[in-house]
Design a protein around this ligand. Structure first.
Ligand code: SF4
Length: 636
């Protein structure tokens, strides 16, 4: 043990989402408390939400804006000359890009945005926030760097003895070294997992060279102790959210009420990703090894947190469901008998139709499937490891089980071709009338992603700073190159594809259909494309073209539709439906594919209409086994 124990103050700055406590602070705080380190946490983004006004704050951080853009005003304090020199451009960007929503032109004009930032800063740098701490640790996620730099600089000016530490995904490896090299008031950066490193910094600060992941100065040199730790997340203490709730209890009623309505508790399920191959993703740069909690540990923690914090809404932190034990996970959550409302990220291709029913029963009401594209050539460029047919299946199952799927469509890939767009147009023709549309995510190059490491292969001539970075940072700082995301200049320019129109048409189209459904209150308007089962025949109602088609299928045709409930290959179909001749099977599939009832990709098939029993809520969601058996019994 070291010579001197230090008090730690952890802090999370704007522009984090106000209705969720920081998982990083909660995990670090409980880990350090468990080892008797004196530690407190501050969620200054709650105060920012109060000061800007909740609506304004949410406007700044939500689409079409985001928490990165929201930082813009903090540049004024760190780089005043640059700010003055570029004020016209900055103002233009604010008025025309950030304020593109006409309703906010009056709510948050530029002057008010600056005034509120000023007000927040005065509050944030007040000595009562910092005077008791020896070490002040800023956790940095997307959109927190500039406010953290500004506040930490002011703290250092006032309290030169206090040690400033930065950590989080945006200070990883080389980025951390460059940030430390650029901003001399930062004392340390923790690269990678911070639990043990912060503990050692608080208790053994005379042996910096032994602290894993620490980046520090030694004379004029920047030293980086590689972080080879891979903490066993099963052994971590439960996260501690008391600080967040205490701070919440003294901010405005508006922010408190927002938490009461939409607040969710983060719960960690895994670190890293077991797939880890997508060409746009840089998860392996900050979480090299995939680790997941055991089902027992996760569910015990979920039960404990829901009891302690009287909240049933949880955001599961992890990039995918567990690789193998996801069914067991759902079953154990169901066995708790609580009405959970859970959010999780998933992968297409992993889950079958009945898995979604199980997910819904466990309380996974909202998921984000890593869909990214509806073009097989685009998916291959991304190395997603899933096909278009898997993506469509994921959306169909979500719809059938009333699971809201907040998925993205990535656009602007550097080696995008018109074929990617054309394929997307063709494929979504089958689904855009009844399955939910995506959010658009414009591609930027993430540091250390496979694309970043192989620019040329992906048609990139060079990386460039994002426009918002050129507004926030002066050229000499941009040269230090500590940015998590960059824009790019293509080697070979491409013809622009109208992705935004594609998505807005899809959205508008569905909204119109929903309005009709409310007006007319008929199943065909509401569900648009579904089947009902007569045991010896099957009826399919298809209102996708606003011209209702009703198909009445015979017994063999019915069997084929049921067999294609999940993605299935032709050879598997033949095996499963041995009573149907090869030619009948081929012909029927051909007709189904032409009618858009079955989707085909290579030799794989998926039936497209929704199961009326599921969408109409006929089957009790608490007893999905019944419907699973119904489908299975048909083939046994
Ligand atoms: S995008 Fe998702 S699935 Fe792909 S490597 Fe990253 S975390 Fe894994």
């Amino acid at each position: 043990m070291g010579m001197q124990e230090n008090k730690i103050q952890l802090v999370s700055m704007p522009f984090a989402e106000s209705s969720i406590p920081s998982i990083q602070l909660a995990l670090l705080e409980s880990y350090l408390k468990d080892r008797n380190v004196s530690v407190t946490s501050k969620h200054l983004y709650l105060n920012a939400a109060e000061i800007y006004g909740l609506n304004n704050y949410n406007f700044l951080i939500n689409s079409p804006n985001d928490s990165y853009i929201a930082q813009l005003a903090f540049s004024k304090y760190l780089f005043p000359d640059h700010w003055e020199k570029n004020l016209k451009k900055i103002r233009y960007y604010y008025d025309n890009i950030i304020l593109s929503d006409i309703n906010f032109k009056d709510n948050l004009p530029f002057e008010k945005y600056l005034e509120k930032t000023d007000q927040f800063l005065k509050y944030a740098v007040h000595p009562f926030n910092w005077q008791k701490a020896d070490i002040i640790g800023f956790t940095l996620n997307y959109g927190q760097l500039l406010p953290s730099l500004v506040v930490s600089k002011k703290i250092k000016e006032k309290f030169p003895d206090k040690k400033i530490v930065f950590g989080g995904s945006t200070t990883i490896n080389e980025l951390g070294k460059r940030i430390l090299n650029t901003f001399d008031w930062i004392d340390f950066i923790v690269s990678g997992e911070g639990e043990e490193s912060l503990f050692l910094l608080a208790t053994d600060n005379e042996n910096l060279e032994t602290i894993p992941g620490l980046i520090y100065r030694n004379d004029n040199e920047i030293v980086f102790n590689k972080n080879k730790q891979n903490i066993d997340i099963n052994n971590l203490p439960y996260p501690d959210f008391q600080s967040y709730l205490q701070e919440l209890s003294i901010v405005s009623d508006e922010v408190q009420q927002y938490y009461s309505l939409f607040g969710r508790i983060p719960i960690e399920l895994s670190r890293g990703c077991w797939w880890n191959k997508c060409t746009f993703c840089n998860i392996s740069s900050y979480n090299k090894k995939y680790r997941e909690k055991t089902v027992d540990r996760f569910v015990e923690e979920l039960n404990y947190l829901s009891k302690t914090y009287k909240n049933l809404t949880f955001q599961v932190i992890g990039n995918t469901l567990p690789q193998r034990d996801y069914k067991k996970l759902c079953e154990k959550i169901i066995s708790l008998g609580k009405d959970f409302n859970l959010y999780i990220e998933t992968r297409a291709g992993q889950l079958k139709s009945d898995d979604y029913t199980l997910l819904k029963k466990a309380g996974f009401n909202t998921i984000q499937t890593g869909i990214e594209a509806f073009s097989s050539s685009y998916l291959k460029k991304m190395n997603k490891g899933v096909r278009v047919i898997d993506n469509i299946a994921a959306l169909k199952y979500s719809k059938e089980n009333e699971i809201c799927n907040n998925y993205n469509l990535i656009i602007n890939y550097p080696n995008e071709d018109s074929i990617d767009f054309q394929e997307t147009l063709q494929n979504i023709e089958f689904i855009k009338d009844y399955l939910d549309p995506p959010q658009i995510s414009k591609f930027v190059v993430g540091i250390d992603s496979p694309i970043y490491k192989n620019l040329e292969k992906f048609n990139i001539e060079r990386l460039e700073n994002k426009i918002i970075d050129t507004l926030m940072y002066p050229p000499e700082i941009l040269d230090k190159d500590f940015f998590f995301f960059s824009q790019f200049k293509r080697k070979k320019e491409i013809k622009e594809n109208k992705w935004k129109n594609l998505v807005s048409d899809w959205k508008n189209h569905l909204i119109n259909r929903q309005v009709n459904a409310v007006k007319r209150k008929t199943d065909i308007e509401k569900h648009i494309f579904y089947y009902i089962d007569g045991q010896t025949y099957l009826k399919i109602y298809d209102n996708r073209r606003n011209n209702v088609m009703i198909y009445v299928l015979n017994e063999n045709e019915r069997d084929i539709i049921f067999a294609c409930e999940n993605v299935i290959s032709y050879s598997q179909l033949k095996e499963k439906l041995s009573n149907i001749s090869d030619s009948e099977l081929k012909n029927t599939l051909k007709i189904f594919v032409e009618a858009g009832i079955v989707f085909k990709e290579d030799e794989f098939y998926l039936s497209l209409p929704l199961d009326y029993n599921k969408i109409s809520g006929k089957y009790n969601k608490k007893e999905p086994e019944k419907e699973i058996k119904r489908v299975i019994s048909h083939f046994t």
